[in-house]
Design a protein around this ligand. Structure first.
Ligand code: HEM
Length: 381
């Protein structure tokens, strides 16, 4: 049991309720000082997950897929799921499958005994072609693979589809909701007014919402990025698993199967990375763009301290698309609706924590009312 579990508290309960605190401790104690730390996996059957400090990012990014793999990381989780669910109902009613699985121990042991008893070692390579007990074991294995293939393919297809759905839907909607919570927070009333002004101005200039028009919403981009800096969705990014034993240049060794990740949430609040990190400064990233490179510090940018969309070869291929979608939904909401919390307080609710996820509260009601100007213009059409 990790030391951050209180007396009598289960690992899962502690993980659900205090993961944020424990990861922050891990960041301060280890990652900030260039040391990795490992934590028990929330899928308890799997090996511990290792959080790496940023100094390993370049090596992780450039490690070949055959060594540190992104798909293998999710496959590790899927194998566990498959193993759990492969008590497949369809197989339990297949007599042929049952016959093979019940008989496999006996046929293979019998073949091995007979082979050792009557075949000198240097002739055994021939047995697979001519010796009936060995041919029976191989035939059963091939038949078992045939029976399993369609079931596994169907599941893999479904899992791949579900992976894409997970990658696309929940990340975008959770981040969108989280940003909306900040937009309607009374503490950002002035920033919201500025954003409405920016939207009107860009719309006047372009007449419609193209990708180019969306890229001109630089204040909105900055607000979104600051909102995600403070109210990030999910702690971990750049998740990979070691397909083979892997050793970093400084000697840190990962045994085969180790699941690694960066603690994305750690450096978002670190004064070494962000001045006055506790303060929500809506134009923080806009100022950085104006002072330095206008093409950096955007919502979809990738860099050492910008891992919302991952890093390297597997960085989210749809990050610009996702950014545009989020912007356009916010433009629609800000242009057409007055929105407020359905409560006395007009401040965003605390983030929810669940296993390794941090999400905006899903139990908060919001009131939408069509803007008077919109109602009047639709009446006059
Ligand atoms: C704000 C919304 C989104 C966020 C924050 C996000 C974030 C991420 C992250 C962190 C990764 C893993 C990168 C890595 O480990 O280096 C990823 C991968 C991926 N994302 Fe997104 N994503 C978002 C939206 C989308 C959307 C809308 C789509 C599809 C339409 C999408 C498709 C993918 C795919 C296919 C991968 C896997 C890439 C690969 O295997 O190389 N994502 N995303």
């Amino acid at each position: 049991m990790p030391d951050w579990c209180r007396r009598g508290e289960t690992f899962h309960r502690a993980l659900r309720h205090r993961q944020r605190d424990s990861l922050q401790i891990g960041y301060e104690r280890y990652l900030k000082h260039g040391q990795a730390f490992k934590m028990r996996n929330y899928i308890e059957e799997l090996p511990p997950q290792v959080y790496l400090p940023l100094k390993y990012l370049d090596e992780v990014k450039s490690a070949p897929q055959g060594k540190l793999s992104f798909p293998y990381f999710s496959r590790c989780q899927r194998y566990w799921l498959t193993a759990k669910t492969l008590g497949a109902a369809e197989l339990s009613r297949n007599d042929e499958w049952l016959g093979i699985t019940i008989g496999v121990t006996q046929t293979s042991m019998a073949a091995a005994h007979a082979l050792r008893a009557s075949w000198p070692w240097w002739t055994r390579w021939l047995a697979r072609y001519v010796f009936p007990p060995v041919k029976k074991v191989l035939a059963d294995r091939a038949r078992a693979a045939e029976i399993l293939r369609p079931i596994l393919e169907e599941r893999l297809l479904a899992q791949n589809q579900l992976f894409y759905a997970m990658a696309a839907i929940h990340s975008s909607t959770a981040i969108l909701l989280s940003i909306l919570y900040d937009l309607i927070d009374e503490r950002h009333e002035h920033a919201k007014a500025d954003l409405v002004g920016e939207i009107e101005q860009v719309h006047k200039e372009f007449g419609s919402w193209s990708r180019q028009a969306a890229s001109k919403l630089v204040k909105l981009d900055s607000f979104m990025k600051e909102s995600q800096r403070i109210h990030y969705v999910g702690h971990a990014r750049v998740t990979r698993a070691a397909q083979v034993p892997f050793t970093f240049n400084d000697g840190l060794h990962l045994p085969k199967g180790t699941m690694i990740q960066l603690l994305h949430s750690g450096f978002q609040q670190d004064p070494d990375f962000f001045e006055d990190p506790e303060t929500f400064d809506p134009w923080r990233f806009l100022e950085k763009r104006q002072e330095g490179d206008p093409n950096r510090f955007q919502f979809a940018s990738l860099s050492e301290a910008e891992t919302t969309f991952g890093a390297g070869f597997h960085a989210c291929p749809k990050r610009n698309y996702a950014t545009d979608i989020i912007k356009l939904v916010l433009v629609h909401l800000l242009t057409n609706y007055d929105i407020k919390y359905d409560s006395d307080t007009q401040r965003r609710p605390p983030q929810m924590a669940h296993d390794s996820a941090t999400l905006p509260s899903l139990a908060t009601s919001i009131l939408y009312r069509e803007k008077v100007s919109r109602v009047q213009s639709s009446k006059s059409v």
